[in-house]
Each structure stands twice: as structure tokens, then as C-alpha cells.
Write a protein that binds this ligand. Structure first.
Ligand SMILES: *[C@@H]1O[C@H](CO)[C@@H](O)[C@H](O)[C@H]1NC(C)=O
Ligand SMILES: *[C@@H]1O[C@H](CO)[C@@H](O)[C@H](O)[C@H]1NC(C)=O
Length: 226
């Protein structure tokens, strides 16, 4: 018993020492197993390999579907943000109480003080100026009204809508047969960022209004420029 123990003691280090270079030539396996692609070295693992390949393909498909969905979502969110940021719409009335402005010795800007809507805050109610916040096609409209004060008195409603001081369209009514008059102009205009749109009341003319808002000025962005 004592003798065998001694023999083992000497043999074991010999076995462990050889382990690194030892290869076992089993049938069908002459190469060391490849942990990445066992199919190359081990036929038996091919079934598993096919499943692995399918799993990778599925994963690749899911990844690319996911990526394209994320791209589409990002584009949609971007478009939505652009639409939200580019909303421009204002509509204002002249006054909330009975009041006439004019006649003036020189043309003046009409300052509409009753705000119905001012999305984008591009209309300034202390100056009466709509400053174009974003280039594009705008729909603009204004309605003017005046009251001669008494039958037979002369009426002078004469205004124009101006872009940087230059008239785009005008309304004119000078008459003495009729105590009241009202007129409207609607137009589309290609405007550039920073353009100043005003309603100008011409020399010698006047407008009257009260809480009924007979005089209005409105505009909105129809199409933003690219
Ligand atoms: C799929 O995406 C995940 C996470 O980005 C990544 O870890 C994995 O390697 C990808 N798979 C394939 C097959 O591209
Ligand atoms: C309106 O215009 C006046 C005069 O230019 C300016 O002081 C004021 O800040 C403007 N208001 C807004 C809301 O931009």
C-alpha cells in the first residue's frame, strides 16, 4: 500500500505537465473545439448552430426594424415640433369701447388694442405692428368701418395695409350720402421674416368702433417657406 502511494505521487505531476499538448483524436473531431462557431469542428452541434444562426438573423431583423422605427419617430417628432413652433395667427379689434381715431394731419398706423388671438406674439398691441416671425405665405385681412356722425356729414374711410411702409392693398370710401360704411380686403402675400405689416389710416380719414369690433385686422401663416 505504501509503495503504490509513492508511485502515484510521482506519476501525477507527469500527467498534468503533459496536458497542454495532449490531443485526443476522437472520430469526427480532430481540431480543438471553436467556442465561437462550434459547427466548424463539431458536426453534432450543427442543429444548435442553425438555431443560433436563426436567432442572430431574427435579432438583426428586430434591430433594423427597431432602428427604422426610431428614425421614423424622430422625424415625425421633428415635424410636429416644427409645426408647433411655426404657428403664427393673430386677430385683433380696434377697441373695446366707443371711440374714433383720426382724422389726422398725416397718415398714422392704426393700433388695434383688443386682442382676440395672438399665437406666436408677433402682433404688438402698443405699436399696431405685426412683425413676421417666419418667412412664408400669409393670409392677411382687414375690415374698416366709420361713422360720419350724422346723416349728410361726409364720411372718409381710407386705409391701406402696408408691408414695410409700402401699400399692398387699400380700402377707400369717401362719401356724403350715407352715414356709415364698412369695407374688407383679404389677400395672400409672400412675406419675409422681419417684415413689418401695418394698417395705415390716411390723412383726413377716420375710423370709429365700439365693443362690437367693426374694425378688425387678422393674419396667419398659411405655408412656411422651406
Ligand atoms: C442588436 O442590438 C443590440 C443592442 O444594441 C446589440 O447588443 C446586438 O449586438 C445587436 N444584434 C445584432 C445581430 O446586430
Ligand atoms: C411692442 O413694441 C414696443 C415699442 O417698440 C416695445 O417696447 C415692446 O417691448 C413691444 N412688445 C412686445 C410684446 O414685443
Amino acid at each position: 500500500m505504501k509503495g503504490k502511494g509513492i508511485v502515484l505521487f510521482f506519476v501525477l505531476p507527469l500527467v498534468f505537465g503533459q496536458e497542454k499538448t495532449y490531443t485526443w483524436d476522437a472520430p469526427g473531431q480532430t481540431l480543438a473545439p471553436d467556442p465561437i462557431n462550434p459547427c466548424l469542428t463539431d458536426q453534432d452541434s450543427c442543429g444548435c448552430c442553425v438555431m443560433q444562426r436563426k436567432k442572430w438573423q431574427l435579432e438583426e431583423y428586430l434591430n433594423s426594424s427597431m432602428n427604422s422605427l426610431e428614425d421614423s419617430l424622430a422625424r415625425a417628432q421633428n415635424t410636429l415640433r416644427n409645426i408647433r413652433e411655426n404657428r403664427v395667427a393673430f386677430s385683433v379689434g380696434l377697441t373695446d369701447r366707443r371711440r374714433c381715431i383720426g382724422p389726422a394731419r398725416t397718415a398714422i398706423n392704426v393700433v388695434y388694442q383688443s386682442i382676440f388671438i395672438n399665437i406666436g406674439e408677433a402682433y404688438n398691441s402698443s405699436t399696431g405692428v405685426f412683425t413676421v416671425p417666419r418667412s412664408g405665405v400669409y393670409n392677411l385681412a382687414f375690415t374698416v368701418f366709420s361713422d360720419a356722425g350724422s346723416p349728410g356729414a361726409s364720411l372718409s374711410v381710407c386705409t391701406s395695409i402696408r408691408r414695410n411702409g409700402v401699400a399692398l392693398a387699400a380700402l377707400r370710401e369717401m362719401y356724403d350720402q350715407d352715414q356709415e360704411d364698412q369695407a374688407t380686403a383679404v389677400l395672400l402675400a409672400q412675406l419675409r421674416v422681419g417684415d413689418r405689416i401695418t394698417i395705415s389710416l390716411h390723412t383726413g380719414c377716420w375710423l370709429c368702433d365700439d365693443q362690437n369690433h367693426y374694425n378688425t385686422f387678422s393674419g396667419f401663416l398659411l405655408y412656411a417657406a422651406e
